[in-house]
Unconditional design. Structure first.
Length: 725
C-alpha cells in the first residue's frame, strides 16, 4: 500500500510546485512596489554618477507616497523632504541628471515646480546657470520672450526699483522618464520649460494632468498612455516631434492655443470626452489616423501648415473646423462620421483640398457642412470605384442644406470620373483579352506576361489590383501600367458602340454646360452663336451682288455689325475660358456647329448668285401688329401662309441706322426662342439655301434651349418646379 501511494504523492507534489511557479507572477501583479523611504531615497541619490551625461536619478519600481498624510518621524510631510532632496541634484550645473520614475506608483500630487529651476529671463546670470545648448533652447520660445519683454518695459516705466531679474522662467533641465508610471493623484507640470526629453510610454494618469503654458524642447512621447482624468495643455508649445499613439483620453483633453512645431502623431488614439484644439497650430504633419472620437471635437480657428490625416478615423459626434486654416491636404480617406463634420468659414489655400475618398456617412443625421459655393470646390475624390454611394450622399447632403452650387460641383466631379472611366473602357487595353504584344508594349516583362496569361486562363481578372497578387508584378509596375489597362469581361461591338455614344454625350454636356452646372458657360456659348448667325444673316440679306446693280450695305452698317459681333464674341470667349473645364473642346464644338453646314450653304449661295424677283426687298419680315418682349418657343422661322396673318407682316426697314439690330433679333428668336419683335423669313421669292440656313439655326436652338432649361433647373433652386409646371 505504501509503495502504491508514493508515485501519487510525488505527482501531487510536482503539481503543487508547478502551480506555485506559474501563479507567482499573477500574484505579483497585485503587490505594490516597495515604498520609498528616506534611506532608499538617499541610497538612490548617492548612486547617481556625477560626470555621466546620461546619468539618471533612479526612482523606478517604487511606491512614492506624496500625500500629506504620509509623514516622516519628525512629523513633517515626506513630500517636502522628497522635493528638498531631489531639487539640488536635478538643478546642479551641467551635466544634469534626469529623473527615472518608470514602473513606479506615485500617490498624491506630483508637482514638477519644486524640482525645477527658476532662472532670470534677462541678464548675464544665464551664462552661469545654463549651458550654451540650454540657452539656445530657451531662446526658441520667441513669442513668450517677446510678451515678457513688453511686460518688462511697461513695469519698468512705472517703477524704477524694478529690474530684469524680477522676470524669471521655470525650467526642468534633465530628462524625465515615466515609462509605465502609475500616477494615482494629480500631476502638475504647469508653466515649466522642459529642456530635455520626456518619455511617458504606457503611463497611467488616474486624475488630471495640468500642464498649461508649458514648453517641451525635446522629444515628447506618451505612447500607450492612459489619461483617466482631464488633460490640460492650454497654450503649451511642443518644439519637436510629439507622439501620442494608442493613447486613451477618458477625461477632457484641452489643447486650446497649443503650438506643435514638430510633427504630431495621435494614431490609433481614442478620445472619450469633449476634445479641444481650438486656436492651436500644427506646423508639421498632424496624424490622427485610426482615431476614435466618442464625443465632440473642436478644432475651431486652428492652423494646419502641413497635411492633416484623419484616415480611417471613426467620428461619432460633432467635429468642428470652424474658421480653421488649411495650407495643405486634409485626408479623410475611409473615415466614418455619424453627426456633423463642420468646415464653416474654413480657409483653404490654393493647394489645399479635402481628400474624402471612401468617406462614409454612417448615420441618417450625418452632414458635411461648409461655406456655400466653396466647400464643393475643395472636395477631392480620385476614383469612381468604391465612391458611388459617397457621391450620391454628398449630392443629397448639399441639396438638403440648399447649397445647390456645391451639389452641382460634386455632381460635376462625379461626371468627370464617369467620363474618365468610360474613356478607359473604350480606349484602354483589357487585361483579360489583350495580346502578348499589347501587354509588352504597355510595359510588362516576358515573365510577367506569362504569369498574367496563366492567371486569366484559370480565372479572369476582376480588378486591376489583382495584379499585385502575382509574384512577378511589383507595386512600381502596377503604378506604371494602371492608367492604360482595365480589368473587365470581353466587350462586344454593340456594347462598345453604346459606350462610345455615352462617352460622346457626356463629353458634349461637359463642354457646353459643365454638365448642367454652369449657366455662365451656357450664356457664353449662346452669345457667340447668336452674334455669329446674326452677322451671317445680315451678310446674306444686305450683301447680295455687285453686278448688274450693286446691293451692298453702307460703311456705317459694316462698322456697327463688325464691332458688335467682335465685342459679343470676346465676351463669350472670356466666359468660356473662365468656366469651361476644357475650353478647347468647347470651341471645337462651337466650330463644328457654326462653320461646316452654314459655311457650305453660304458658299453655294454666293457661288450660284441671286437673280430672282423682289431683290430690292429684305428677305426678313416682322409682325407689325406688336412691338413687345415675347417668348417664342412655338414660333417657326417662316411667315404663315394664311392671308389674314400675311397682311400683318412687313419687310424689315433697311434704311434706318438701327436696322442692323433686326438680324440679331432674328438670331435671338431662332436660338433662344425669345426676342423683341417677331421676325421671320418671307415666303415668296426666297432662295432655298437661306431657308435651309434659318431652319438649321432653329433646330440648333431647340437643342440649345433644352440644355439651357436643364442647366437652369439644376442651378436655381425651385426653378425646376416652375419649368415643369
Amino acid at each position: 500500500m505504501g509503495r502504491s501511494q508514493t508515485p501519487i504523492a510525488l505527482l501531487i507534489g510536482l503539481v503543487c510546485i508547478g502551480l506555485i511557479l506559474f501563479s507567482g507572477p499573477v500574484w505579483a501583479e497585485g503587490i505594490d512596489p516597495p515604498l520609498l523611504t528616506e534611506e532608499i531615497l538617499q541610497e538612490r541619490l548617492n548612486a547617481v554618477a556625477v560626470d555621466e551625461e546620461d546619468a539618471m536619478v533612479d526612482l523606478s519600481h517604487l511606491t512614492i507616497d506624496l500625500r500629506p498624510s504620509y509623514q516622516r518621524d519628525n512629523g513633517e510631510p515626506f513630500a517636502d523632504y522628497f522635493y528638498q532632496q531631489l531639487q539640488p541634484r536635478l538643478s546642479r550645473t551641467y551635466p544634469v541628471p534626469g529623473l527615472d520614475l518608470s514602473e513606479s506608483k506615485i500617490q498624491g500630487i506630483f508637482r514638477i515646480q519644486p524640482l525645477s529651476l527658476d532662472v532670470p529671463l534677462y541678464g548675464q546670470q544665464l551664462s552661469l546657470l545654463l549651458s550654451e545648448d540650454e540657452r539656445t533652447q530657451l531662446d526658441r520660445d520667441r513669442r513668450r520672450r517677446s510678451q515678457l519683454q513688453q511686460i518688462a518695459t511697461t513695469v519698468l516705466s512705472d517703477s524704477q526699483n524694478s529690474n530684469h531679474h524680477d522676470f524669471q522662467v521655470r525650467i526642468f533641465r534633465g530628462k524625465l522618464k515615466l515609462k509605465n508610471t502609475h500616477f494615482l493623484g494629480i500631476v502638475d507640470w504647469s508653466n515649466t520649460f522642459f529642456l530635455s526629453g520626456l518619455n511617458a510610454q504606457g503611463a497611467i494618469f488616474e486624475q488630471s494632468l495640468k500642464s498649461p503654458e508649458s514648453r517641451f524642447s525635446q522629444t515628447f512621447n506618451v505612447n500607450h498612455a492612459q489619461f483617466l482624468g482631464s488633460v490640460l495643455f492650454h497654450k503649451s508649445i511642443f518644439f519637436t516631434d510629439s507622439t501620442w499613439t494608442n493613447v486613451k483620453f477618458l477625461g477632457e483633453p484641452d489643447f486650446t492655443g497649443a503650438t506643435f512645431e514638430g510633427s504630431v502623431n495621435f494614431r490609433a488614439s481614442r478620445f472619450k470626452s469633449l476634445t479641444k484644439f481650438e486656436a492651436s497650430k500644427f506646423s508639421q504633419t498632424a496624424d490622427f489616423s485610426d482615431t476614435t472620437w466618442d464625443n465632440r471635437a473642436d478644432f475651431a480657428k486652428t492652423k494646419f501648415v502641413q497635411a492633416l490625416y484623419l484616415t480611417n478615423a471613426l467620428i461619432l459626434d460633432r467635429f468642428s473646423f470652424r474658421e480653421a486654416q488649411f495650407l495643405k491636404t486634409v485626408n479623410l480617406r475611409e473615415a466614418s462620421f455619424q453627426k456633423i463634420l463642420d468646415f464653416s468659414d474654413a480657409q483653404f489655400r490654393q493647394n489645399a483640398y479635402l481628400n474624402i475618398s471612401n468617406l462614409t456617412f454612417d448615420a441618417s443625421e450625418a452632414q458635411l457642412i461648409g461655406n456655400p459655393g466653396k466647400i464643393g470646390k475643395v472636395l477631392s475624390i480620385p476614383s469612381l470605384q468604391g465612391n458611388e454611394n459617397l457621391l450620391i450622399n454628398l449630392v443629397r447632403n448639399f441639396r438638403e442644406l440648399e447649397q445647390i452650387e456645391d451639389a452641382n460641383q460634386v455632381n460635376y466631379k462625379r461626371v468627370l470620373l464617369v467620363q474618365r472611366d468610360l474613356f478607359k473602357r473604350v480606349f484602354a487595353s483589357n487585361l483579360n483579352t489583350a495580346s502578348r504584344e499589347t501587354l509588352r508594349q504597355i510595359g510588362f516583362s516576358q515573365k510577367q506576361i506569362a504569369e498574367i496569361v496563366q492567371h486569366r486562363q484559370e480565372q479572369l481578372f476582376s480588378s486591376l489590383s489583382e495584379l499585385l497578387t502575382l509574384e512577378t508584378v511589383s507595386l512600381a509596375t502596377y503604378t506604371n501600367v494602371r492608367d492604360r489597362l482595365i480589368a473587365a469581361p470581353a466587350t462586344t461591338g454593340k456594347a462598345r458602340l453604346y459606350l462610345c455614344s455615352k462617352l460622346l454625350f457626356i463629353t458634349l454636356l461637359l463642354a457646353l454646360s459643365r454638365y448642367g452646372t454652369s449657366f455662365a458657360l451656357m450664356m457664353g456659348v449662346g452669345a457667340i452663336a447668336i452674334a455669329y448667325f446674326g452677322c451671317l444673316f445680315w451678310l446674306i440679306d444686305r450683301y447680295r451682288r455687285h453686278r448688274p446693280q450693286a446691293i451692298v450695305p453702307t460703311f456705317f452698317e459694316i462698322t456697327c455689325i463688325g464691332t458688335t459681333t467682335a465685342v459679343i464674341c470676346i465676351i463669350g470667349i472670356i466666359a468660356i475660358i473662365q468656366n469651361s473645364p476644357q475650353p478647347w473642346l468647347t470651341f471645337t464644338c462651337l466650330g463644328i456647329v457654326m462653320f461646316p453646314i452654314p459655311g457650305l450653304l453660304t458658299f453655294r449661295m454666293y457661288q450660284q448668285g441671286r437673280y430672282h424677283d423682289l431683290m430690292d426687298i429684305s428677305y426678313f419680315v416682322e409682325d407689325g401688329a406688336f412691338r413687345e418682349l415675347r417668348l417664342m418657343v412655338s414660333r417657326l422661322p417662316i411667315m404663315p401662309r394664311f392671308p389674314f396673318f400675311r397682311d400683318r407682316f412687313e419687310p424689315i426697314l433697311s434704311d434706318r441706322r438701327w436696322g442692323w439690330l433686326n438680324y440679331y433679333d432674328f438670331s435671338l428668336n431662332n436660338l433662344l426662342k425669345f426676342g423683341f419683335n417677331d421676325i421671320r423669313l418671307r415666303d415668296k421669292h426666297i432662295p432655298g439655301l437661306i431657308t435651309a440656313l434659318a431652319w438649321y439655326q432653329w433646330g440648333v436652338g431647340i437643342l440649345y434651349i433644352s440644355l439651357l432649361f436643364w442647366t437652369l433647373s439644376r442651378t436655381i433652386p425651385g426653378l425646376n418646379l416652375f419649368l415643369y409646371l
